[in-house]
Design a protein around this ligand. Structure first.
Ligand SMILES: [Zn+2]
Length: 72
């Protein structure tokens, strides 16, 4: 029987046989995100309270837009 070592990215959970690849995967994820902007619908339109859209900013200044998929 052969024993195998697996290295798992602690951010996304992907497994790699090579430690460097797992480290590269972990370092490639943008963490420590800041909510730059959040847009909400009026409370009488939705009852979940979550924003309709948020813009997240990473440390390097890049941004990404996320929209809700919750049924309203
Ligand atoms: Zn990862």
């Amino acid at each position: 029987m052969k024993e195998c070592t697996v290295y798992r990215c602690e951010i996304c959970g992907s497994d790699f046989s090579d430690r460097k690849q797992a480290k590269k995967c972990e370092e490639g994820h943008k963490t420590d995100l800041v909510v730059e902007k959040a847009e909400y619908k009026p409370c009488d339109w939705v009852n979940h309270g979550f924003p309709r859209m948020v813009i997240l900013r990473s440390k390097d200044g890049k941004t990404a837009i996320y929209r809700t998929v919750i049924n309203e």
